[in-house]
Design a protein around this ligand. Structure first.
Ligand code: SAM
Length: 280
């Protein structure tokens, strides 16, 4: 029987392919093309508009780093806003922090939530039932531009800057996030694999600098975000990066988190970037 392959269309002249054991679901939602398929090595894989979003095998790396790094840096988070994040992986990690009082999630595509609950149950692991969750199906740009609330951490778990996700990399979106952060608030963003998408990183840095007291990037290598380290944008209202390993270890222990990738040493080390990244 001939094999079927999924070929990712993110980069012009370089791509990765996954052998498709079985297509579990494929459709054109109101906003984007969505496919969830089974791959022998990575387990269940979701792609949106031809771009790999998440796989069962390596999702923990991205979701733990994008969640625990800002929350443990802050130390007193009560209210979190998740932008995008429809697969529920970020929500699962955020919900592990029992001290939080409110989790607001704004995801544009209801089908991503419904199909992730059905076909990627290991991502959310029941977190969509968390009593603290206020799930809104809406364009996060529309939400944040009208938002009068304030958050301690905003996690932009978005698609890449194209299609519905493009607006979530704009100066205006970042300015509204800045307006909706409390005094010690932190915005973190999915900012691409800089070996291929360095322009995204430069653009975010230039757009963060006029807004935030502290601008940085941190990184983690996620195998299915091909090309080396993925960088995460960091915009903080105050100086948050002067934490000691001892303080982080205390907070990590107190939070009683079970993590497969994140730990306080990796947290601190992740802000050390290679010269080719610093140079851009
Ligand atoms: N982890 C993935 C990555 O690093 O590329 C992204 C995960 S998640 C699937 C991205 C989510 O952003 C999708 O569910 C998509 O529907 C959502 N999204 C895209 N544009 C949006 C918008 N303007 N407002 C809210 N959600 C949006």
């Amino acid at each position: 029987m001939s094999s079927m392959f999924f070929k990712e269309s993110l980069h012009a002249n370089y791509c990765q392919t996954f052998e498709i054991e079985k297509v579990l679901y494929e459709s054109k939602t109101e906003h984007q093309h969505l496919i969830i398929f089974q791959n022998q090595y990575f387990g269940r894989v979701m792609a949106l508009d031809g771009i790999i979003q998440t796989t069962e095998k390596d999702e923990f790396i991205y979701h733990e780093m994008l969640t625990h790094t800002p929350i443990l840096s802050h130390g007193e988070v009560q209210k979190v806003l998740i932008v995008g994040g429809g697969d529920g992986g970020i929500l699962r990690e955020v919900a592990k922090h029992t001290t939080l009082t409110e989790i607001t999630m704004v995801e544009i595509d209801q089908d991503v939530v419904l199909l992730s609950k059905e076909f990627l149950p290991n991502h959310s692991q029941g977190a969509f039932e968390d009593q603290r969750l206020n799930l809104l199906i809406d364009d996060a740009y529309r939400f944040i531009s009208n938002c009068q609330d304030k958050f301690d951490v905003i996690i932009a778990d978005t698609t890449d800057p194209m299609g519905p996700g493009e607006i979530l990399f704009s100066e205006s979106f970042y300015a509204h996030c800045h307006r909706c952060l409390n005094d010690r608030g932190i915005l973190v963003t999915q900012n691409g694999v800089c070996f291929f998408q360095k322009d995204e990183m430069v653009q975010t840095a230039n757009r963060f600098k006029p807004l935030f007291k502290e601008v940085a990037f941190y990184s983690a290598a996620v195998p299915t975000y091909v090309g080396g380290v993925m960088v995460f944008g960091w915009g903080a209202q105050a100086t948050m990066l002067n934490l000691t390993l001892q303080t982080l270890n205390q907070r990590y222990k107190h939070a009683n988190l079970e993590t497969k990738y994140y730990n306080p040493s990796i947290h601190l080390a992740s802000f050390a970037l290679p010269n080719y990244v610093l140079d851009v």
